[in-house]
Design a protein around this ligand. Structure first.
Ligand code: CA
Length: 371
């Protein structure tokens, strides 16, 4: 039984519509025909709260969450009405997961790697250094078993996950001195969260995890020598070009970061079938939409950074990238060894990557080289 079937049957039981179901069955009709059995549910308005880990209007992530709420309201003709709360407005950013799990809010929007302390396997659903890009990652989620596994990871918490945005390949970050070799990473004070930060630490850097709102001050006062954030669109808005001159690429640490929508399972089950499908399809639409907007706006912002603010673009040296890649592989293997669920996700992720990369090499990769 699919989750949507389950939800519909639960609702039938709760609404006292079982009699009409029996009647339909007696008449030889499909007892689960939504038009009949969901008639009362289809008149009901559901009011949900969505808590996000982002500031309300953060370009891409915050605006994407708002777009998701707006899309669901429009598609459902107001029958599923979701109020968005930015980080700290209802619950602090890092309590979004627990709030959706307990049902304090019905929906959350954030990034899965924030929840590594609760479920280590969630780190494969945020960003994997040197891992899949957005297109490959979505292929794994929708057609490679990745999303089913993600829901297994979240099931013990009473949550369902939906991909709901992607940044695409991020930038490597802002540096106030040039990186010529591995030696330049030694003692470098850098802000980098997540797995990328752990990789940098093992490469010799001094890694700090500083909230987004404090990055600019930390970099401009010399508390840190370097920072990564997202990409030109977001980094321009943060004014990071005023605090460091060199802007490095590629964002090996976040090659296609997934933004997630999490939904309280009981709240989802209580929705009639069509609203469940609207949530599903709206997440899928916003997942693509956010990635498209990042792609469109990043180059516009990069032009502004280089042409108006004198930002110096630099590519990481091959030697540095090769070392960071080797370290990344061992960091990821250690997560897989930590618990059985992480092992299953790791195996699924890398078996899909080993296959899809061959197609990418013959399609996107070779095409982009000759275009
Ligand atoms: Ca980042």
């Amino acid at each position: 039984m699919s989750i949507s079937d389950h939800g519909r049957r639960r609702f039938i039981g709760q609404s006292g519509a079982a009699a009409s179901t029996l009647l339909l069955a007696a008449c030889g009709q499909n007892a689960s025909a939504p038009a009949s059995v969901d008639s009362s549910a289809q008149q009901q308005t559901f009011r949900w709260k969505m808590a996000t880990t982002w500031p309300r209007d953060l370009p891409g992530a915050g605006t994407g969450a708002q777009r998701l709420a707006d899309t669901i309201r429009a598609m459902s003709n107001g029958r599923l009405d979701i109020s968005l709360y930015g980080a700290g407005e209802l619950v602090p950013a890092f309590e979004v997961f627990d709030s959706a799990s307990s049902g304090t809010v019905e929906m959350g929007h954030g990034a899965a790697y924030y929840w590594k302390g609760k479920a280590p396997a969630s780190q494969f659903y945020g960003s994997v250094p040197f891992g899949m890009n957005a297109l490959e990652n979505n292929a794994w989620l929708y057609y490679g078993g990745g999303l089913e596994l993600w829901n297994e990871v979240y099931a013990p918490f009473g949550l369902q996950a939906f991909p709901a945005g992607n940044t695409g390949v991020q930038m490597g970050g802002w540096y106030n001195r040039e990186i010529h070799s591995l030696a330049d990473l030694q003692g470098l004070k850098i802000r980098m969260p997540g797995l990328g930060g752990e990789v940098m630490r093992r490469a010799g850097a001094t890694v700090q995890n500083i909230p987004g709102a404090e990055i600019f001050t930390a970099l401009s006062t010399g508390t840190i020598d370097a920072t990564e954030w997202i990409g030109p669109w977001n980094d321009l808005a943060f004014g990071l070009y005023q605090a460091a001159r060199y802007y490095y690429y590629p964002g090996w640490q976040e090659p296609g970061s997934i933004l997630e929508c999490i939904v309280n399972q009981a709240a989802f089950d209580a929705l009639p079938n069509d609203l469940q499908q609207i949530v599903r399809i709206a997440c899928q639409a916003v997942n693509m939409d956010v990635h498209c907007e990042y792609t469109a706006r990043n180059q516009q912002a990069l032009d502004t950074l280089v042409n108006q603010h004198g930002t110096q673009l630099r590519q990481f040296p091959d030697e540095v990238l090769a070392r960071l890649k080797t370290i990344s592989q061992s960091v990821l293997q250690e997560i897989a060894e930590g618990d059985p669920m992480s092992r299953r996700v790791y195996d699924s992720y890398f078996s899909f990557l080993s296959q899809v990369r061959q197609w990418t090499a013959k399609s996107e990769q070779v095409f982009l080289q000759i275009r």
